[in-house]
Design a protein around this ligand. Structure first.
Ligand SMILES: *[C@@H]1O[C@H](CO)[C@@H](O)[C@H](O)[C@H]1NC(C)=O
Ligand SMILES: *[C@@H]1O[C@H](CO)[C@@H](O)[C@H](O)[C@H]1NC(C)=O
Ligand SMILES: *[C@@H]1O[C@H](CO)[C@@H](O)[C@H](O)[C@H]1NC(C)=O
Ligand SMILES: *[C@@H]1O[C@H](CO)[C@@H](O)[C@H](O)[C@H]1NC(C)=O
Ligand SMILES: *[C@@H]1O[C@H](CO)[C@@H](O)[C@H](O)[C@H]1NC(C)=O
Ligand SMILES: *[C@@H]1O[C@H](CO)[C@@H](O)[C@H](O)[C@H]1NC(C)=O
Ligand SMILES: *[C@@H]1O[C@H](CO)[C@@H](O)[C@H](O)[C@H]1NC(C)=O
Ligand SMILES: *[C@@H]1O[C@H](CO)[C@@H](O)[C@H](O)[C@H]1NC(C)=O
Ligand SMILES: *[C@@H]1O[C@H](CO)[C@@H](O)[C@H](O)[C@H]1NC(C)=O
Ligand SMILES: *[C@@H]1O[C@H](CO)[C@@H](O)[C@H](O)[C@H]1NC(C)=O
Ligand SMILES: *[C@@H]1O[C@H](CO)[C@@H](O)[C@H](O)[C@H]1NC(C)=O
Ligand SMILES: *[C@@H]1O[C@H](CO)[C@@H](O)[C@H](O)[C@H]1NC(C)=O
Ligand SMILES: [Cu+2]
Length: 576
C-alpha cells in the first residue's frame, strides 16, 4: 500500500506511529524468566510466618533487560491463592494482555495454572518494579526491574562504579490477606504494619531485628547508582543517609534534570534513581540510612523507622574497618506530616527535555477531565455493627464512584464486544455535585458505586486534574496510571481553579512519570496521549484505598492502522 494513497492526516499518523516502533537492532534480545509462586516460611522481628514468594526469594528476583528487549516471564502458580503480576511502569505498547491487574486485563492465574507474560520494553530505561496485582499479595510478591540503556548508549550522567537496587517494603507479622479481609468486613481501617523494610530487612531500630539489617559496603571516592523502589503497601516514605547528599537523576524510568537533596520522598508505586558520591577518604564513622513514612491521613499508621547501614571499606583491602568501635551517625528526616516538603520535592522534578530525551508534552488538549479523589463511607448493613467513621464502613472513590471489581476481566469484555453486564461507559468527567473539595466536608459522605469506565478514542490528548478532597480528612494519594506515562503540568493547594491555574502550567519540562502524589488538600494536573489501545487501570497506590474503591479504568479504542490495534489475546490467557 503506497503512502501516496493515504490522506495527509493518515500519513501523519503513520509517521508518528513509526517513531513509536521498537528499533529492531540486532542488539535487542529476549530475556526469559520463570516465576514459580510458592509459599515459604520467613522470620522477621522474631516472628515466623508463611508468605508467598517468587522462586522462594524475598524480595523477589530482579529482572534485567535493555531498552528494546523482549521480556518473557512464565508464571506457574503453585499456591492456593489466585495470582497475577504487573510490570509496574512498563508501557505495554500493544501488549495490554501482559499488564496484569486482576479482573482488569486478565482473569487470575489459579492454582496449578501457567501464564506467560510477553512484552517488549520500548523507549524506556531506568528502574521500575514488578508486583502481584490481586488483593494484597504484593505485600511480599515484588522485585526490581532494571532497564539498562541500549548497548553503547551512555547514561546522561557519569557512569557509576556500581548499581544497587534498594526496594522498600512493609512487613506485617499478621497475614495480610486476613488483615484486609477483616477491615473490609468490619468497615474499620486495616491493622497497620509492624515494620518497614529495606530489601526485605527491617534493620536495627526494631526489637529482635538487628541481624536483619541491609548493609551497603562502599569504597571511598566512587559514585554509586542507587535504584530506589517503594513497594510498601500503604505508606509514602522519606529516606536519607547520614552525612551524604543524594543526586536525583531519574524517576519512574525517566531521566530528570539532576538535583541534590539530603532526603528523598517516594510514594508507593514510584521509583527514584540517585547518585551517591562517597567521601574521598575512609571516614571513621558508619552511617545509617533511614526511611520512615510521610503521612497525612487521620487514621492510625505504622510510625516506625527502618534503617540500613552504609559502611566504608579500604579500597585495597578485603578487610572492612573495625566498624564496631566507630560512631554510628543518624540522618535527620522531615516530620511525619511534612506536606510542604512533599510539595517542594515534587516541584524540583523536571524532565531533561533535551534533543535526546525530549519532553513530548501534549500542547493541545482534546478532552478535559476533573476527578476528585478521596475517602467516603458506605452504610453499615442492617444486621451488623460497623467500625468505620460514625458506625459506617470506610470507602474511597473517584468522582464519588467507588469502583466495584467485575468478575471477569474488563479487557476481554471490551475486546470481544461483551461489555454488557460487565461495565458501563458512564464514568463522570467531573463531579456530579460540585462542593468545596478542600473545605468543610459535606454532611453526606456516602459514596456511589459501580464498574464504570471512560472510553477514549485512539490518540486523544487528555488533561486530567486530580483533586484531593477533605472528606474524612485530606490526604496525599499516589495515583498510578497503567499503560502510559503522563506529564505533571501543574500542582497546587486548595481547590483547582480552571480560570487561573492553567496559565501557570509547565508545558516545557514537566516531569514525566507513572505515579504522582496528589497533594494533600490540593490537586495535580497531568497530560497524556492515549496512544495505547487497551484497558488501563488507574488507582491510588495506597493499597488500602484501592481496596476501598479508589480506582477506575480507561478504555482506549483501536486506531485505524494495523499497528494501532490491540492484537488478540495469547492462547494461554487465564479464564474466569
Ligand atoms: C511453615 O511452618 C509451618 C508451621 O510452623 C509448618 O507447618 C509448615 O510445614 C512450614 N512450611 C514450609 C514450606 O516450610
Ligand atoms: C512473545 O510474543 C512474540 C510477538 O508476538 C512472539 O513472536 C513470541 O513467540 C512470544 N513468545 C512466547 C514465549 O510466547
Ligand atoms: C488486628 O488487630 C486487632 C487488635 O490488635 C487484633 O485483635 C486482630 O486480630 C488483628 N487482625 C488481624 C487480621 O491480624
Ligand atoms: C556528619 O554530620 C555532622 C552534622 O552535620 C557533622 O557534625 C559531622 O562532623 C559529620 N561527620 C562525618 C564523619 O562526616
Ligand atoms: C508512634 O506511635 C505510638 C502510638 O501512637 C507512640 O506511642 C509513639 O511515640 C510514636 N512514635 C514516634 C516515633 O512518633
Ligand atoms: C504536624 O504534626 C505536628 C506534631 O504532631 C503538629 O504540631 C503540626 O501541626 C502538624 N502539621 C500539619 C501541617 O498538620
Ligand atoms: C447479615 O446479613 C447478611 C445477608 O443477609 C448475611 O450474609 C450475614 O451472615 C448477616 N450477618 C450477621 C452478623 O447476622
Ligand atoms: C460523626 O457524626 C457527628 C455528629 O453527627 C459529626 O459531628 C461528625 O463530623 C461525624 N464524623 C464523621 C467522621 O463523619
Ligand atoms: C473552601 O473552604 C476553604 C477552607 O475552609 C475556604 O478557605 C475557602 O474560602 C472555601 N472556598 C470557597 C469557594 O467557598
Ligand atoms: C450539615 O449539617 C449541619 C447541621 O445539621 C447544617 O447546619 C449544615 O448546613 C450542613 N452542611 C451542609 C454542607 O449541608
Ligand atoms: C453499592 O451501593 C449500594 C447502594 O448504596 C449498596 O447497597 C451496595 O452495598 C454497594 N456495594 C458495594 C459493594 O459497596
Ligand atoms: C480464583 O479466580 C477464579 C476466577 O475468577 C474464581 O472463580 C475463584 O473463586 C478464585 N479462587 C479463589 C481461591 O479465590
Ligand atoms: Cu489514596
Amino acid at each position: 500500500m503506497g503512502a501516496s494513497l493515504l490522506p495527509l492526516g493518515a500519513l501523519l499518523f503513520a509517521l508518528s506511529a513509526l517513531t513509536l516502533m521498537p528499533e529492531l537492532t540486532s542488539a535487542a534480545i529476549t530475556r526469559h524468566y520463570k516465576f514459580d509462586v510458592l509459599s515459604h516460611n520467613v522470620t522477621r522481628l522474631c516472628h515466623t510466618k508463611s508468605i508467598f514468594t517468587v522462586n522462594g526469594q524475598f524480595p523477589g528476583p530482579k529482572i534485567i533487560a535493555r531498552e528494546g528487549d523482549r521480556v518473557v516471564v512464565k508464571v506457574v502458580n503453585h499456591v492456593q491463592h489466585n495470582v497475577t503480576f504487573h510490570w509496574h511502569g512498563i508501557r505495554q505498547l500493544q501488549s495490554g494482555w501482559a499488564d496484569g491487574p486482576a479482573y482488569v486485563t486478565q482473569c487470575p492465574i489459579q492454582k496449578g495454572q501457567t501464564y506467560v507474560y510477553n512484552f517488549t520494553i520500548i523507549g524506556q530505561r531506568g528502574t521500575l518494579f514488578w508486583h502481584a496485582h490481586i488483593s494484597w499479595l504484593r505485600a511480599t510478591l515484588y522485585g526490581p526491574i532494571v532497564i539498562l540503556p541500549k548497548r553503547h548508549v551512555p547514561y546522561p550522567f557519569a557512569k557509576p562504579y556500581k548499581e544497587v537496587p534498594i526496594i522498600f517494603g512493609e512487613w506485617f507479622n499478621a497475614d495480610t490477606e486476613a488483615v484486609i479481609a477483616q477491615a473490609l468486613q468490619t468497615g474499620a481501617g486495616p491493622n497497620v504494619s509492624d515494620a518497614y523494610t529495606i530489601n526485605g530487612l527491617p534493620g536495627p531500630l526494631y526489637n529482635c531485628s538487628a541481624g536483619d539489617t541491609f548493609e551497603l559496603s562502599v569504597k571511598p571516592g566512587k559514585t554509586y547508582l542507587l535504584r530506589f523502589i517503594n513497594a510498601a503497601l500503604n505508606d509514602e516514605l522519606f529516606f536519607s543517609i547520614a552525612n551524604h547528599t543524594l543526586t536525583v537523576v531519574e524517576v519512574d524510568a525517566i531521566y530528570v534534570k539532576p538535583f541534590n537533596t539530603d532526603t528523598i520522598l517516594i510514594t508507593p508505586g514510584q521509583t527514584t534513581n540517585v547518585l551517591l558520591h562517597t567521601k574521598p577518604y575512609v571516614p571513621t564513622a558508619t552511617f545509617l540510612m533511614m526511611a520512615r513514612p510521610y503521612v497525612t491521613g487521620l487514621g492510625t499508621f505504622d510510625n516506625s523507622t527502618t534503617a540500613g547501614i552504609l559502611k566504608y571499606h579500604h579500597p585495597n583491602s578485603s578487610l572492612s574497618s573495625d566498624t564496631h568501635k566507630m560512631p554510628l551517625l543518624k540522618p535527620s528526616l522531615p516530620p511525619l506530616n511534612d506536606t510542604s516538603f512533599a510539595a517542594n520535592f515534587s516541584q524540583k522534578l523536571r524532565s531533561l527535555a533535551n534533543a535526546q530525551f525530549p519532553a513530548n508534552v501534549p500542547q493541545t488538549v482534546n478532552k478535559h477531565f476533573f476527578f476528585t479523589v478521596g475517602l467516603g463511607a458506605n452504610p453499615c448493613p442492617k444486621n451488623q455493627t460497623c467500625q468505620g467513621p460514625n458506625g459506617t464502613k470506610f470507602s474511597a472513590s473517584i468522582n464519588n464512584v467507588s469502583f466495584i471489581m467485575p468478575t471477569t476481566a474488563l479487557l476481554q469484555a471490551h475486546f470481544f464486544g461483551q461489555s454488557n453486564g460487565v461495565y458501563t461507559a458512564d464514568f463522570p468527567n467531573q463531579p456530579l455535585i460540585p462542593f468545596n473539595y478542600t473545605g468543610t466536608s459535606p454532611n453526606n459522605t456516602f459514596v456511589n458505586n459501580g464498574t464504570k469506565v471512560v472510553v477514549l478514542p485512539f490518540n486523544a490528548s487528555i488533561e486530567l486534574v486530580l483533586q484531593d478532597t477533605s472528606i474524612l480528612g485530606a490526604e496525599s494519594h499516589p495515583l498510578h496510571l497503567h499503560g502510559f506515562n503522563f506529564f505533571v503540568v501543574g500542582q497546587g493547594f486548595g481547590n483547582y481553579d480552571p480560570n487561573k491555574d492553567p496559565s501557570r502550567f509547565n508545558l516545557v519540562d514537566p516531569i514525566e512519570r507513572n505515579t504522582v502524589g496528589v497533594l494533600s488538600g490540593g490537586w495535580v494536573a497531568i497530560r497524556f496521549l492515549a496512544d495505547n489501545p487497551g484497558v488501563w487501570f488507574m488507582h491510588c497506590h495506597l493499597e488500602v484505598h484501592t481496596s476501598w474503591g479508589l480506582k477506575m479504568a480507561w478504555v482506549v479504542m483501536d486506531g485505524k492502522l494495523p499497528n494501532q490495534k490491540l492484537p488478540p489475546p495469547p492462547s494461554d490467557l487465564p479464564k474466569c
